[in-house]
Design a protein around this ligand. Structure first.
Ligand SMILES: Cc1cc2nc3c(=O)[nH]c(=O)nc-3n(C[C@H](O)[C@H](O)[C@H](O)COP(=O)(O)OP(=O)(O)OC[C@H]3O[C@@H](n4cnc5c(N)ncnc54)[C@H](O)[C@@H]3O)c2cc1C
Length: 355
């Protein structure tokens, strides 16, 4: 059985690794001149760590990720509102996106990877399965589901970067009025960070002006980062299906979500493994993935309402009080409630479980 994966981002590469594991012949077509990832860091949450384990690349990821992760949520003056002791890489792997992308890329033979190929339609692809992993602005999705709404602006913009350091910091997320910031230390002393503010799309804003007065290390990280990336945040309204004929939508092409639970790329990793386990049964893939990802999509939106979108001083004070009063494990429950996902059992097309 032959699969063509359109898009060589984290989702597309994970799909290629996973499908090859169950015996599919795979080709990956990427429109960019090179396979690579921009952006900053991400936390590979426990659910996605299980997906990487199934793909056989978790140990490689652990070598590049941060070995122990401790941290919590702060107020914009730097006080901890909730603080959690360290967890090891068996649970969360904090890493640079480019490193995760690299781990997946190295798990694939170069001869199946094709650059400078912009796919313009499904018809041109000769395969039993087409994986549309072509991102939030997916051309294949627009072709297959022409009536489904496209991406919409989610009301906030983000700046991201990697400060060379070396720094010795904990993971932290900071909530302030109408904005939030995140700090993700890497194993080698570099620090991935983001700041994000509620703003009209394309607004002419300077992150240093907005966040320069927040607690350290946020101003220093911004000041010492050679290149700061700006990203207006978009989301894809829930789709009626993730499959059409021999095509399966995967990753942001299927369910781009706001990043407030840090689960977007993690969902793409889950999609990839599930698609392989379904072994061509796309109805089962849709049944397993659509409810799960749309639930995470909704919760990510809700996290934004209690996080970045909160502005009134009374609501902010209540949130700080609640975060301080609750035990840390309960305070971060919104972040962790999707972590218990396990790789689904593998069925053959006749319904028997593979041993
Ligand atoms: C500000 C921000 C912060 C985030 N933080 C986190 C986080 O902490 N944790 C987390 O898990 N997720 C996070 N995410 C989400 C995560 O970045 C995405 O969910 C993930 O990268 C999606 O991967 P993908 O492979 O589906 O899509 P993409 O990374 O968009 O890859 C799509 C690929 O397809 C290629 N392509 C497109 N069209 C074509 C075509 N026609 N032909 C051939 N190739 C094509 C593109 O060039 C690209 O390489 C964040 C997102 C944002 C915006």
């Amino acid at each position: 059985m032959k699969a063509i994966v359109v898009g060589g981002g984290i989702g597309g590469l994970a799909a290629a690794v996973s499908l090859r594991r169950v015996g599919w012949e795979v080709q990956v077509l990427e429109r960019a001149a090179e396979f690579g990832e921009v952006g900053a860091g991400l936390g590979v949450m426990p659910n996605a760590v299980r997906a990487l384990e199934w793909m056989g690349v978790a140990d490689e990821a652990r070598k590049l990720g941060t070995s122990r992760v401790s941290g919590g949520i702060k107020a914009s003056d730097g006080r901890w509102l909730t603080h959690l002791p360290g967890v090891g890489q068996e649970k969360i792997i904090a890493m640079h996106r480019a490193d995760l992308h690299g781990v997946l890329l190295r798990a694939l033979p170069p001869e199946i990877l094709f650059n400078n190929v912009e796919v313009t339609g499904v018809e041109e692809l000769d395969a039993d399965l087409v994986v549309a992993a072509d991102g939030i602005n997916s051309r294949l999705r627009a072709e297959l589901l022409p009536d489904a709404p496209g991406p919409v602006y989610a009301g906030a913009t983000a700046w991201r970067g990697v400060a060379p350091g070396p720094f010795d910091l904990e993971i932290s997320q900071t909530f302030g009025p109408g904005g939030e910031a995140g700090v993700l230390p890497l194993a080698d002393g570099r620090v991935c960070w983001y700041v994000s503010a509620v703003a009209p799309a394309g607004a002419d804003l300077d992150p240093v002006e907005l966040f320069g007065g927040w607690h350290e290390p946020i101003p220093t990280l911004m000041a010492t980062t050679p290149e700061i990336l700006r990203h207006d945040i978009h989301e894809l309204p829930p789709l009626p299906t993730f499959v059409s004929g021999r095509v399966a939508l995967l990753g942001d092409a299927a369910h781009a979500m706001v990043p407030y639970l840090g689960q977007g790329a993690c969902m793409a990793l889950e999609d990839a493994v599930t698609l392989a386990v379904c072994d061509g049964d796309l109805a089962r893939y849709d049944a397993l993935r659509r409810p799960r990802t749309q639930s995470v999509w909704r919760s990510s939106k809700t996290a934004g309402k209690f996080g970045i979108e909160m502005r009134s001083p009374i609501a902010l004070a209540l949130r700080s009080f609640a975060l301080r009063a609750l035990p840390p494990s309960v305070a971060v429950r919104g972040m962790t409630r999707f972590s218990s996902w396990e790789v689904p059992e593998k069925f053959t097309r006749t319904g028997r479980i593979h041993q």
